[in-house]
Each structure stands twice: as C-alpha cells, then as structure tokens.
Design a protein around this ligand. Structure first.
Ligand code: ADP
Ligand code: MG
Length: 605
C-alpha cells in the first residue's frame, strides 16, 4: 500500500510542522488512505494492524476540523481503556501543538470527576474517553455534544468485547445527525458491521493488509495483453529482468497445468501447485521451491496459501485475481526484507475494467506499461553481456594472455579487431550473439533464450507467422501452422528475417524449416525421421513438438529438422545422433492430452 508525504495530503501548516516535530517522515499507508477522506468530511471505516499509525490517521483530520474559537466539544473519541484514552489524548496534544487554542481532555473511570469537570468547563474541543465515563458525563450534563462534528471509535472490536455495545449505541444516538463518523477496528465481526451500517453514512472502507504494509518496495505494473499472447509476454518479462525466483498466479487448475506444460517445454525451470495435486506432492513441491530447487512456481491462490515464502523477486498475475484483497495477498510475497520486488499483472480484454475497479476501490498503486518489444528484450540481454565483460575487466578476473595478443598485434591486427573476433567466436558458440555467456545462465536458460524469437504480441501478426517457440496461444485458432506457402508478408515477418547474423541464429533457419517449408519427403543427411502419434486432429503445432523435444531432452532446438504434420501423425526429422534418446525420453509424455508414442523410421525406409 502506498505511503505519501504528509505535505501531499492537503494539511495545514500547523499540522505539517507538528508531524515534522514528532519525527514522522511520511504518512503511513493507513494515514495516506484515511486522511484525505477524513479531510473531505467522509465517514471512514479503517482496518489495519496494530502499530500502523491509526491514531494520527483519525486525529489529524479531526484536529483540522476543530474551530478553536468555539469553546465547545467538537470531537469525541471513544476508546476501550483508560490507558488508550490517555495515549490517544497525548497524541492529539502533540499533533495540535502548533494549533493554538485547541484543548483536549481524556475522561475515564477512576479519575476524579472534579478535574474532568474543570477541563470540560474550560472549553475543551476534543474529548477522548471510555464509553462508560462519557455516558456518565452526558447524564450529568457536564458533557454536551450539540456542537459535535466528528465522532471516532478507536478499537471498536475491543470495545464490543468489553461489553460496551449498549453504551456506544446510546452515545451514537445522542450525537447530532450531521456529524462525521470515523470507525477503526482491527477485525470486522458481524456486530461491528451492524454498528457501521447503523451509524455511518456511505462510508469509505479502507483496509490495509499487513503484508502489503510491510512491503512498500513492490513495483507494480500491469500490461494490457491479448489472451493468446500472455505466455509470450511472461517469458519476455522473465528474460528481460533475468528473474530467478517467483510465483505465477493463475485462476484455474487447467490454466496452471497448461502454463506448466508450456514453460517446461520452453526450458524454464518451473513446477506447479493446485487443488488437485495430492498433499504429499504439494508438500514436496513447496519444500523444493523454498530451497530454490526450481525458479518459478505456477499456482492458484488457494494452493499458494500455505506457502510461507515471501522473498520472491517477482509475482506474476498471469490471470487477474478476484479482488483487491487477493491482489494484495499475492504481491505481498515479494519485496520483503528491504529488497525491491516486482509485481506484474496481465489483463486481457474486458478484465481491464475489473482491474480499474480494483485499483480504485482497493486504492492500489499499479501503473500501466507497454509490452516490451523483442528488441528491448534483446537489448537488455546484450547489456547483460556488456556488463559482464566490463565487470571482468574491472575486477581483473582473467589471466593475462599477453603473448598471444602480442603475436596478433605483430601480425598487424588492432586490439579492436582482436576483441571483435573474440566476441564473434563467443557468439558462434552460443547460438545467440551479444548475450553470449549470461552470467548465471544454466543450460536450459541459455536454450530458452536462444529459442525465443516470436513476433511481438502487439504487432499485427499474420496467423501463420508463428515462431518455433511461439505458444499455440499466439496462433489464431483457425491457423494451420504447417500450411505450405510460407508466412504472409508482414512487419513481424520482415523483422524476423532481418534478424540476427547467420552465425548466431541457427534457429532462425531452423524455424523456417520447421514452419514454412513445404511438406517434404526426402530426409536431409544426418537426420532421422521419428513418427509421433499426434497430428492435425489433435491440433498439434510444430511449436508444441519442438518445444517438447527441447524441453524434455534439454537438447538445443536445432536438433530438430523438418516437421511434417499429417491428420493423425507427424513426421519429425531429428539429428540422427540424438534420435534414440529423443524416442526414449519422450515416450509417454503428454502433448495435447495425448500420451506420446514414437517410432523411429529405419534409414532407407
Ligand atoms: P495503531 O493505533 O495503529 O496501533 P498508533 O497510532 O498507536 O498505531 O502508532 C504506533 C506508533 O507509530 C506510535 O508510536 C506513533 O507515534 C508512530 N507513528 C504513527 N504514524 C507514524 C508515521 N507516519 N511515521 C512514523 N511513526 C509513526
Ligand atoms: Mg491504536
């Protein structure tokens, strides 16, 4: 939940000086949320944890409402105990320090009436009291509430627990109709809600989650994205920020399964949790995640509830949560322990209205960002390489190769030539220029980077123009990916063809081979055909198969050659040296709900 400087809350100079003197640097979340409504004269129901600064949240607007020239009670605060009454009174005193002429008085049982009479007689404008003693003074005529502007219930739930309900109702019935009511409670049991219904008018409800409150460091962003492009956006964001530890929230079990399958196939280190998974497995997955045995947990809200991990780098709302409360719960798992966390929310189509409602009523602070383009992802990865190079140079973490260098210089090469050649070699080895040796890149990560080159979701994408790693989501439903004839010309296709240099991108060629080549019969040398028991009728795409092969075997995607999809089966050419391993590893794996059966076509068949 957001915090703001007091100076932005529309307060008087006297209050600003006072909070400064008290050493408050900025308004707490409950103060940020409550004060503007309090100032505007609205009734407020506030709920937040102990120690979150509720006292100042109601005291500040109350003080601002007091007319010091009027020597009558204008603010009444009801508290459950004398200790609290004294404490709250002291806080009023401090906050009103520079507001000359404001007088506050605590009234509670056990203290002599004399003192309290005197203070009330002297024209105190703010009375802070326990319900019993307040009733007494009202009955005696020493406390008159005809000029009351604001009534505040602090710790309302505790007051009810202590049996003050009748007293409270009596007091609330005796105060002027036209008054503001601020209602604070740590919990909201039925009885409290009844009171609120009876004695407030159109109140603003403010609830500050303990989690969010301790996690001020979460950068929250939402993206408007086509439903089919969500996976693409997800992987882009992961790659762009180089995230290693996060939760991806989905709204259904089916979506969890589907996403798990897709991310797995793309080489991401993921696992999943939802209600249909056995308790034993759930426990195992959670343990593993806590130990960082994998990078991303895909889960439903319910399944993630028992997970006590809160130092995530990122939370993805792959699907929109139900309400602001769930949202806050979800993102509260990141940005802890002083580290900055990120929360990304995807909205598709009409969900945007739902999100805007959540932002409005839940007072969420989420800003919109545009979907990062593939170029930006590439650039970010390039920067990783650049930074790594620079760090290596700066820290001198390398052996000197003076001799080799001198020999090359002697032969007339410049140092720029030599460095460029080295980078070129690195690119060649990594199938990915620029980001050659990402610092932490595990093997699957390197593969997934290499295999990531579909058109940006926002671009006008011709249906057939689906890259090898493009999730079926990106393909319009009517598309037949293996259709002959190549892609319709379009900006995305043009960009891809103009893509990285040939040394780096073995996959670009492979992709075209996989997608756009006409079905062919002859095998290329060095390739063996494997027959898969899935075909067009299963709605399988080349992306599914290449993704599966790369994901399961961890082999680079370029071991796959031509893919020829038939009605009931598909012929996939793979590098002969890996054919047996692929058959062995993929047998029984699910693709499009089919359990895979594979058969190698003998050479010469
Ligand atoms: P609550 O009523 O929610 O239990 P309090 O109003 O008693 O919390 O505040 C808890 C403590 O935090 C008090 O010592 C108070 O002075 C201090 N405090 C309140 N607001 C701020 C702020 N904006 N910055 C720093 N300290 C604050
Ligand atoms: Mg309090």
């Amino acid at each position: 939940m957001e915090k703001r400087p007091f100076a932005e809350l529309g307060l008087s100079p006297e209050i600003l000086k006072a909070v400064d003197k008290m050493g408050f640097e900025e308004a707490s979340p409950i103060q940020t949320a409550v004060i503007p409504h309090g100032m505007a004269g609205k009734d407020v129901v506030g709920q937040s944890a102990t120690g979150s600064g509720k006292t100042a949240a109601f005291a500040i607007p109350a003080i601002e409402k007091v007319d010091v020239k009027l020597r009558k009670v204008q603010v009444l605060v009801l508290c459950p105990t004398r200790e609290l009454a004294v404490q709250v009174s002291e806080e009023f005193g401090k906050l009103a320090f520079f507001k000359k002429g404001l007088m506050e008085v605590p009234i509670y049982g056990g203290q002599s009436y004399e003192r309290q009479f005197r203070a009330l007689d002297a024209g105190a404008q703010v009375v802070i009291g326990t319900p019993g003693r307040v009733m007494d003074h009202m009955a005696r005529g020493s406390l008159k509430l005809d000029a009351l502007k604001v009534v505040i219930l602090d710790e309302a739930d505790r007051m009810l627990d202590m049996g003050f309900r009748d007293d409270i109702e009596h007091i609330l019935k005796s105060v002027p109709e036209q008054r503001q009511c601020l209602f604070f409670s740590a919990t909201m049991p039925r009885a409290i809600q009844d009171l609120i219904k009876h004695y407030t008018r159109d109140p603003v409800w403010i609830r500050i989650e303990a989690h969010a409150q301790n996690a001020p460091q979460v950068e929250q962003i939402y993206f408007e994205v086509d439903r089919r492009s969500k996976i693409e956006l997800l992987t882009r964001l992961i790659d762009l920020h180089d995230f290693r530890f996060g939760i991806i929230f989905c709204s259904t079990k089916i979506m969890v399964d589907e996403l798990d399958e897709h991310l797995h196939a793309r080489g991401y280190s993921v696992d999943r949790l939802h209600g249909d998974i056995t308790q034993a497995t759930r426990t195992r997955v959670m343990d593993k995640f806590r130990r960082r045995g994998f990078e991303f947990l895909i889960a439903t809200d319910v399944a993630a509830r028992g997970l006590d991990v809160d130092d995530l780098e990122v939370v993805f709302n792959f699907d929109l949560p139900n309400d602001a409360e769930d949202y806050t719960h979800r993102i509260g798992r990141t940005g802890r322990a002083g580290k900055k966390g990120m929360a990304f929310t995807f909205v598709a189509g009409r969900e945007l209205y739902k999100l805007q409602n959540m932002i409005h009523y839940g007072r969420l602070k989420i800003r919109r960002e545009r979907v990062p383009s593939m170029d930006e992802v590439e650039e970010a990865k390039g920067n990783v390489f650049f930074e790594k190079l620079r760090a290596t140079l700066e820290e001198k973490k390398f052996r000197s190769h003076d001799q080799m260098f001198d020999r090359l210089i002697e032969q007339g090469y410049t140092s720029t030539d030599i460095a460029s050649a080295l980078i070129h070699i690195l690119q060649g080895q990594n199938a990915e220029p620029a980001k050659a040796v990402p610092a932490k890149a595990s093997k699957p990560k390197a593969e997934r980077i290499a295999a990531n080159e579909p058109p940006p979701p926002t671009a006008p994408v011709p249906p057939r123009d689906a890259g090898i790693t493009t999730a079926p989501f990106l393909v319009k439903p009517a598309a037949t990916p293996a259709a002959p004839g190549g892609p319709a010309p379009g900006p995305a296709a043009a960009r891809r063809d103009a893509g990285p240099p040939p040394t780096g991108d073995k996959f670009a060629a492979q992709k075209r081979g996989g997608f756009e080549r006409k079905p062919r019969t002859g095998r290329e040398p060095g390739f063996t055909t494997i027959v898969f028991n899935v075909g067009r009728q299963h709605l399988v795409t080349p992306a599914d198969l290449v993704g599966k092969i790369a994901g399961v075997t961890r082999l680079p995607a370029n071991v796959v050659g031509a893919i020829d999809i038939h009605e009931e089966h598909t012929n996939v050419d793979v590098a002969t040296e890996h054919a047996a391993a692929i058959v062995a590893k993929l047998a029984g794996i699910r693709v499009k709900s089919q359990s895979l059966k594979l058969a190698m076509v003998p050479p010469g068949a």
